[in-house]
Design a protein around this ligand. Structure first.
Ligand code: SF4
Length: 335
């Protein structure tokens, strides 16, 4: 079934000038789309460009090249009133629930502030009732409205952040590492809450994360980024069953399996070295300095972004049938 594309990122680059003529290539020629009502997971190690991509969609950054379309409109060319309407439709949940809430404001003030800015509801009392509803939506209650952020646990603060993101009745939510600052015990609860809210409110989600473990449980499709490039994109189930890019395989092999017998026998892909600097990325394939399957062509030629099987895209010379490429060099498939 053909689904509506709500967001399209077309050949987007975001380069930052960092002095002496050097440029940091945070996002480099990235293209993907997100369908209405789906959760799209964007995954990669720190510095891969996933959060910069989120900020480009929020219009916090202008792209250096390329375009970001929301419902067919270039979001970086909106007029003032279109910008105001767009800001209401797209909201963000931040990584750090400690830093993202004003410590001097009550929960009531934090959640009702965006409603005041956007002129929603006639008076304070109506906004108060809406805050109570939102608190209940995220598993808190009205007694929490007059408290301050420091009176809550990390998981509860993230629930407050989620309630604030819902205050304007958005269509699209960017969740930027929303669980990575939380205890493992509460991460699943927050993921389940996001899934429940998505279903109830028919939201579209971009879920940004640095590992593949939790993303699996929430995403319909997943894009994997490395050093500013998208390297693989497919459905969540296919990515786990049949990861093609060596980097995706390494990320998957790092996820522990809760069965000690399988875990003991499993072969891990240990990546060599650190991520290179995005100011001076490797020539050819940006992953080549850490790739267990790299060969000569990887140094001289940028791999093309190709659809290898239906809805499964990858950028790697292993799948372009270049002579000299050795698929056997890969240690294992993901679990
Ligand atoms: Fe590895 Fe070469 Fe594929 Fe890059 S193009 S991921 S270096 S095999």
């Amino acid at each position: 079934m053909e689904r509506n594309k709500v967001l399209e990122i077309n050949h987007v680059k975001k380069h930052f000038e960092v002095g002496k003529g050097a440029r940091l290539k945070a996002v480099d020629n990235v293209s993907f789309h997100i369908n209405e009502g789906e959760t799209f997971g964007l995954v990669g190690e720190s510095g891969c460009g996933k959060s910069t991509t989120g900020r480009l969609i929020m219009r916090l950054y202008q792209p250096t090249e390329g375009e970001v379309l929301y419902k067919g409109k270039n979001i970086h060319l909106l007029n003032k009133s279109e910008q105001f309407a767009f800001n209401r439709k797209i909201q963000m949940i931040f990584q750090d629930p400690y830093a993202s809430l004003n410590p001097r404001s009550t929960v009531q003030e934090i959640i009702s502030e965006p409603m005041e800015v956007h002129g929603l509801f006639k008076n304070k009392e109506e906004r108060r009732q809406r805050v109570y509803e939102l608190l209940e939506d995220v598993g808190l209650n009205r007694e929490h409205a007059n408290r301050y952020p420091h009176e809550f646990s990390g998981g509860q603060r993230q629930r407050i952040g989620i309630a604030r993101s819902l205050a304007l009745d958005p269509e699209f939510i960017i969740a930027d590492e929303p669980i990575s600052a939380l205890d493992v015990s509460v991460q699943a609860q927050v993921v389940n809450l996001l899934k429940k809210l998505q279903k109830e409110k028919k939201l579209t989600f971009l879920f940004i994360a640095h590992d593949l473990s939790m993303v699996k449980h929430i995403s319909d499709r997943i894009g994997v980024m490395y050093l500013g490039h998208l390297v693989e994109l497919t459905s969540s189930s296919n990515l786990y069953k049949n990861p093609l890019h060596p980097y995706t395989q390494a990320l998957l092999s790092a996820i522990p399996i809760p069965d000690p017998e399988i875990e003991d026998k499993r072969e891990r892909i240990i990546l060599k070295g650190e991520i290179p600097s995005p100011i001076n990325p490797p020539s050819g394939c940006v992953f080549r300095t850490r790739c267990p399957a790299a060969s000569d062509i990887c140094q001289s030629k940028i791999p093309e972004w190709r659809e290898i099987e239906e809805e499964h895209f990858v950028a790697c010379h292993l799948y372009n049938n270049h002579p000299g490429m050795n698929k056997e060099a890969l240690l294992t498939k993901g679990s």
